[in-house]
Ligand binder design. Structure first.
Ligand code: G6Q
Length: 539
């Protein structure tokens, strides 16, 4: 990263370390308003961060020194900023307005985007209205999505997030793990003649997905009395690899394509979102895309000091690089968003888990943090203790909604009371003097004192809708982008994932070979493989 600009920031951080959130709030009655911004249905209150107006100005100067705007424009305009794979990065085109052209190698990609969305919509309508029937003439009642990583986490998380907009007569299942238990337990819940399998794989070569897909196909054919022609009405594909889809036995008429400029973990608004569209309807899917689009436009055009993704990106850098925070927590106070932390884990850690810079040199700074989280209030009864009183700094994003989809008694007020109370307690803690005023026995005072000064962001929207959901995901995408640019790393490749795909293939042969394999790993791996073979009675 740009160390010259960062040094200015670092000098101001040293000043901030002499004060705390109690003092900062006491000094400035207008602090909450000063550090609150809004966009695309979301309010971000970032006043409970370890910042002053001066520090924010320096952070923004740091973003300018890193030429962030130039890179934002480069991404939106289709430049090949994913250099190690020689690809454009255009998930933003997926939710762009059809009439706004986006060029890749001089060709407008928008007609193709629209064409796939239209086909997805027609297909979804057919399934939802019962025009598309299974092989024996029955309506589809179960959808089983088979994919992994970017071809699973997004649609699975979004289907859950938007469940209240779903057609509940269509049961949605997601199989990702190559562990046969995942597939077996799912198949126990569905009936073959009413099940539609969606095989999602950008490459259509991923070991886990292809293994699950083949086993699902075998199961279906067996359930259909050995009639292989049943596959046509029960399998569709989402992929960029038409040849492999055809080889698998799926008619490419029933394949929904996307493009190499859509990264797996950014692919939810592409055809990868097909299960979501089937569940919530094409109309609601379009609304989700509108939400994404609004946040995209905001990111592209808002000045940095009003720009939600830029501000959140800079705050993350502040703690990661200025306070040595190793992790950050995402805490959605909404059960529908229970899978959001898992989704964001991939988005953030796969994108910014890098240790060489854009020139191939070792980075000169800490890069992506460890992201973790859990839906509130469950986390409060588990790990919040460490955030409040442990020795580590864990900055956290609190995400909540003013309204609930499921009003029962006073549940929602209680949920939100916890939501607001936690960030207050984290920021301001409880002093020894306050404990004593409450007659806490002297011996317990150190244990019941909370030093506070734990930074949090509060993200609040009126309600969870396809629109606010889309905007939220785009917000995190662009936050991750901002950080990657300023750390001077490439956020859109994932060579570590590719490595895993190759490694397992070699070991698989050694586990399954008829003859005893000659093992040439380290002594630990050799003996583990030997043990496994022995338990299974292999030589
Ligand atoms: C995402 C990653 C990775 C990928 C999976 C599945 O950005 O590249 O998670 O999505 O490995 O790959 P396929 O879609 O090719 O099966």
């Amino acid at each position: 990263m740009n160390l010259e600009a960062w040094n200015e920031v670092a000098a101001e951080i040293a000043e901030i370390k002499k004060t705390n959130l109690r003092e900062l709030f006491a000094e400035d009655p207008a602090r909450a308003g000063r550090f609150t911004v809004e966009a695309a249905g979301w309010t971000l209150d970032y006043s409970k961060n370890l910042i002053t107006p001066k520090l924010m100005k320096l952070l923004i100067a740091f973003a300018e020194a890193g030429e962030l705007q130039k890179w934002i424009d480069a991404m939106f305009s289709g430049e090949k900023i994913n250099e190690t794979e020689n690809r454009a990065v255009l998930h933003t085109a997926l939710r762009n307005k059809p009439e706004r052209p986006v060029l890749v190698d001089g060709k407008d990609v928008m007609p193709g985007v629209k064409e796939v969305l239209d086909r997805m919509a027609a297909f979804s309508d057919n399934v939802r209205t019962g025009k598309w029937l299974g092989h024996t003439g029955k309506r589809i009642k179960y959808i089983v999505n088979i994919g992994i990583g970017g071809s699973d986490l997004g649609p699975c998380m979004a289907t859950m997030a938007l469940k209240n907009f779903s057609r509940r007569s269509l049961a949605m299942h997601f199989v990702s793990n190559v562990d046969s238990t995942h597939l077996a337990e799912t198949l126990r819940q569905v009936k073959a003649d009413q099940t539609l399998f969606i095989i999602e794989s950008k490459t259509f070569t991923t070991q886990e997905t292809m293994t699950n897909a083949e086993s699902a196909r075998d199961w279906l054919v067996k359930q259909m009395g050995g009639d292989a022609s049943a596959v046509a009405k029960h399998f569709v594909a989402v992929s960029t690899n038409a040849e492999k889809v055809r080889e698998f036995g799926i008619d490419t008429e029933n394949m929904f394509g996307f493009w190499d400029w859509v990264g797996g973990r950014y692919s939810l608004p592409s055809a990868v979102g097909l299960p979501v569209m089937l569940s919530i309807s094409p109309r609601n899917f379009q609304k989700m895309l509108r939400g994404y689009y609004k946040m995209d436009r905001h990111f592209q055009t808002a000045p940095f000091n009003r720009n939600l993704p830029v501000i959140m990106g800079l705050l993350g850098i502040l703690y990661n690089n200025g306070f040595d925070a190793q992790t950050y927590a995402v805490l959605p106070y909404d059960q529908y968003l229970a899978r959001l932390p898992a989704y964001l884990q991939q988005l953030d850690m796969e994108s910014n888990g890098k240790s060489v810079d854009r020139d191939g040199n070792p980075v000169n700074c800490q890069t992506g943090p460890v992201l973790w989280g859990e839906a509130g209030t469950n986390g409060q009864h588990a790990f919040y203790q460490l955030i409040h009183q442990g020795t580590k700094m864990v900055p956290a994003d609190f995400i909540g909604f003013c309204k609930t989809h499921n009003p029962i008694g006073d549940h929602h007020d209680k949920l939100m009371a916890n939501f607001f109370a936690q960030t207050e307690a984290l920021a301001f803690g409880k002093t020894a003097a306050e404990c004593r005023r409450e007659s806490v026995p002297e011996k317990l005072v150190p244990h019941k004192t909370f030093k506070g000064n734990h930074p949090t962001n509060t993200l609040l929207a009126d309600d969870l809708t396809p629109e606010t959901f889309g905007a939220l995901i785009a917000l995190y995408e662009h936050k991750v982008f901002t950080q990657g640019i300023l750390w001077n790393i490439f956020s859109f490749d994932q060579w570590g994932v590719q490595l895993g795909k190759v490694l397992a293939t070699k070991v698989l042969d050694e586990l399954t070979s008829e003859a005893a394999p000659s093992l040439a790993h380290d002594s630990s791996t050799n003996s583990l493989i030997t043990h496994y073979r022995a338990v299974l009675g292999r030589k």
